[in-house]
Design a protein around this ligand. Structure first.
Ligand code: NDP
Length: 300
C-alpha cells in the first residue's frame, strides 16, 4: 500500500509531493496532462517571490524535477473515483485501482466555456483557451480575447506581441483585473477594449472562425466583429469529478479544508485552486501543497 496518492501535478500537487517524499513517504502523483498545470499555459509569472519574471513552462519543469527528486513516482492518467475505507483509501483510474493511506486532491480548475453554439467543434479551428500554445498560429492576424479578469488582460498583452490587433471584449464597463495589469494593458497600442459587450454568436466559414457577433450588455444591440481567433478567459471552474462520491464538494463546487488542508473525510486532503479560498495564485498553491505534504508526513 502507498502512503500518499496526489491527484494533480500542478504547483500544489508538486509541492506536496516534494515535501512528503522528502520526509520519507512513498508517494505516487497522477495527472492526465503535462506536469505544471496552469503554469504550462502562462506566458510569464512575475509575482512568485524570489524569481525574476519567468515563463510559466520553465517554472513547471523545475518544479516537476525537484518534486520527483526524492523518489516519488508520477503516472499519467485520469482518476475517476476515490473510495474511503477508513484507514485506507482506494484511488480508481480507468486502468487500475490503487490502495493508499492518504489522498491529496490537487486537481485545480479548468477554463470556463462561453456556451455558444459551435464553440466545441471550433476548438483548434479558431477557438483556443491557451494563448501561449496557440497564439503563434495567429501571427499578424486579428483576434478577440473575452473577459476582464487577470487572465484575459495578461493573455491579451501576450497575444498583442504576436497579432496585428487584439480586441478585448469586456461585459461590464470596468475590468476585474488588478490595477497594475490594467495600467499596463491600457498602454498597448494594438489592443482595443470593447466595454459593455458580450459574445453572442460565433461566425464561421469552412469550419473556421471568421468573426463574432457582439451584444451590447445594456441595449442588447448587436454588431459583427471580423476576427480569426477567439480566446475566452471568462473564469475558471473547479475540477472535482473524482471527489464527488466522497460528498466533500461544497455548493460553490470547491472543497473546504482546515488549516492542515484536511477535508471532512479523514485522510483525504485538498490543496491549490480547487480548495475554497480567497486568493488563487501559484504562491498560494505551493503554500497549500507544502502544508499538506508536511502534515501528512507527520501522521505516519
Ligand atoms: P476572473 O473570474 O477573475 O474573471 C473573469 C472575467 O470574465 C470577468 O471579467 C468576468 O466579468 C468575465 N466573464 C465571466 N463570465 C462571462 C461570460 N459568460 N461572458 C463574458 N464575460 C464573462 O477569472 P480569471 O481567469 O481572469 O482569473 C481567475 C483567478 O486566477 C483570479 O483569482 C485571478 O486573480 C487569478 N489569476 C491571477 C493572475 C496573476 O496574479 N498574475 C493571472 C491570472 C489569473 P465580470 O467581471 O463582469 O464578472
Amino acid at each position: 500500500m502507498l502512503d500518499l496518492i496526489i491527484i494533480g501535478a500542478g504547483p500544489a500537487g508538486l509541492s506536496a509531493c516534494l515535501y512528503a517524499s522528502r520526509a520519507g513517504l512513498d508517494v505516487l502523483i497522477f495527472d492526465s496532462a503535462a506536469p505544471g498545470g496552469k503554469l504550462n499555459v502562462t506566458a510569464q509569472i512575475e509575482n512568485y517571490p524570489g524569481l525574476k519574471p519567468t515563463p510559466g513552462p520553465e517554472i513547471a519543469f523545475t518544479m516537476y524535477e525537484s518534486a520527483l527528486s526524492f523518489g516519488a513516482k508520477m503516472e499519467y492518467g485520469e482518476v475517476l473515483d476515490i473510495k474511503d475505507y477508513g484507514d485506507y483509501k482506494e484511488v480508481i483510474t480507468a486502468k487500475q485501482t490503487y490502495q493508499t493511506k492518504y489522498v491529496l486532491i490537487a486537481t485545480g480548475t479548468k477554463e470556463r466555456q462561453m456556451n455558444l453554439e459551435k464553440e466545441n467543434e471550433l476548438v483548434g479551428r479558431g477557438i483556443s483557451y491557451c494563448a501561449v500554445c496557440d497564439g503563434p498560429f495567429f501571427k499578424n492576424q486579428e483576434v478577440a480575447v473575452i473577459g476582464g479578469g487577470n487572465s484575459a488582460l495578461e493573455e491579451a498583452m501576450y497575444l498583442a506581441t504576436l497579432c496585428k490587433k487584439v480586441h478585448l471584449i469586456v461585459r461590464r464597463d470596468v475590468f476585474r483585473a488588478d490595477k497594475i495589469i490594467q495600467d499596463r494593458l491600457l498602454k498597448s497600442e494594438n489592443i482595443e477594449v470593447h466595454f459593455k459587450r458580450k459574445p453572442a454568436e460565433i461566425l464561421e466559414e469552412d469550419n473556421k472562425v471568421k468573426g463574432l457577433v457582439l451584444e451590447n450588455s445594456e441595449t442588447g444591440e448587436k454588431e459583427e466583429l471580423m476576427i480569426n481567433g477567439i480566446f475566452p478567459f471568462i473564469g475558471l471552474d473547479p475540477m472535482t469529478q473524482c471527489a464527488k462520491s466522497l460528498g466533500i464538494v461544497n455548493a460553490e463546487g470547491y472543497i473546504d479544508a482546515n488549516e492542515n488542508m484536511e477535508t471532512a473525510v479523514k485522510g483525504v486532503f485538498v490543496a491549490g485552486d480547487v480548495r475554497s479560498k480567497q486568493l488563487r495564485q501559484v504562491v498560494t498553491a505551493t503554500n497549500d501543497g507544502a502544508i499538506a505534504g508536511q502534515y501528512i508526513a507527520s501522521l505516519k
